[in-house]
Design a protein around this ligand. Structure first.
Ligand SMILES: [Zn+2]
Ligand SMILES: [Zn+2]
Length: 368
């Protein structure tokens, strides 16, 4: 049975209620979308079939981002990988699944602890008291750890503390904006921010009930689902869901169709870990964000990380300052990566390359 605790109960248990209020650096927000979020009327997810009974649920752009989900049908019920940033989103996901099958969701897998991948767990738990929620040991640990990064129970309080400021800023921007389309977009963002704040305040953080140390194979009535911890990367607890027969892998944010987010990551380990991913036999990637991808994207994404690290090491040994590196490396790697890393209104090459350089500099050169 999934644990359903109120946020307050958990914080009290952890003795951290007093530590709840933080000011957020906007860079800490993994995936906030600025003024280009689409209106709320558009469908939240598009289910794309990637194998027999296997779907990638590709998330539409939202002011508060939702991750993709992988949806795996079995004879006993449905297995869903990741639950988005809010219960209202996972409820919509559940309704969409229900359009295909009336079987219950029996397992939810959380790929990592970031806010946009697990905050919807509670709505699946509400549909099935026997729901299992599976994550790596490290992810389970991170979900209750203060300052693990941009996710977990303590981060819910940080989001609640930061949102009123964001809402005020959106209101001020609406006042300033004269273009009707941009104004309408900002108004939609404001409405999304306000309802997100309400959802956060009533959130019942629902934690994993089962953990994976290295590998776990689920045999679900003929369908084999392998869960793999392959090393540190996007976080220290990334969990890969691999279907050997269907040749599909769901990767969370360890492999995405945006620029990577490195703040809670381990750049050099990440390159190694993606080498281990590459050894698995798959044809389709359901990434944490963006469209379903071919295996070749894993090579592209990994080579970006490797080139980025090599460029930062070289520039640093040449005596460049961080600011110089950010400009120079951004330009230097653009011909190879800018087009492939700028397909969506979010997570684009130029928006993130400076931040990526800074993170590699801190983590690889300064070992901070
Ligand atoms: Zn994400
Ligand atoms: Zn993430």
């Amino acid at each position: 049975m999934a644990q359903l605790w109120t946020r307050r109960q958990v914080l009290t248990q952890m003795g951290m209620a007093a530590a709840a209020v933080h000011t957020l650096d906007p860079h800490e927000l993994c995936c906030t979308v600025a003024a280009h979020a689409q209106t709320a009327s558009k469908d939240l997810f598009e289910l794309k079939k990637v194998g027999d009974g296997v779907y990638g649920a590709i998330a539409a752009t939202r002011y508060k981002v939702n991750c993709n989900a992988a949806v795996i049908m079995t004879d006993d019920g449905i297995i869903v990988v990741d639950s988005h940033s809010k219960p209202s989103a996972s409820r919509i996901m559940y309704q969409q699944i229900h359009g295909i099958t009336k079987k219950p969701v029996i397992k939810v897998i959380n790929t990592h602890f970031h806010w946009d991948h697990w905050q919807g767990n509670e709505s699946y738990a509400a549909t099935n008291p026997k729901l299992e929620i599976i994550a790596s040991e490290k992810t389970k640990e991170n979900l209750t750890k203060p300052d693990a990064g941009v996710g977990g129970i303590p981060y819910i309080e940080k989001q609640i503390a930061a949102l009123p400021g964001e809402i005020d800023k959106l209101k001020a921007d609406i006042q300033q904006e004269s273009d009707p389309a941009k104004k309408a977009n900002l108004e939609s963002n404001l409405q999304q921010a306000e309802s997100f704040l309400q959802e956060l305040k009533s959130m019942k953080p629902t934690l994993p009930t089962r953990t994976v140390a290295t590998t776990l194979t689920l045999k679900e009535n003929g369908r084999e689902i392998q869960l793999h911890v392959l090393g540190r990367g996007h976080t220290n607890g990334d969990l890969y869901t691999y279907l050997p027969k269907e040749k599909v892998i769901a990767t969370g944010d360890a492999l995405i169709d945006w620029m990577p987010f490195l703040n809670d990551g381990y750049p050099e380990d990440w390159v190694q870990t993606l080498g281990a991913v590459d050894k698995l036999d798959f044809t389709h990637i359901i990434p944490g964000h963006g469209e379903v991808l071919p295996k070749s994207h894993a090579t592209f994404f990994r080579s970006y990380l490797a080139d980025l690290i090599a460029a930062v090491k070289k520039a640093s040994s040449d005596g460049a300052t961080l600011a110089e590196m950010q400009t120079k490396i951004g330009d230097q790697l653009a011909s190879k990566y800018e087009a492939g890393m700028s397909k969506y209104p979010v997570g684009r090459y130029r928006d993130r390359v400076g931040q990526n350089v800074e993170m590699v500099y801190k983590k690889v050169i300064q070992k901070a």
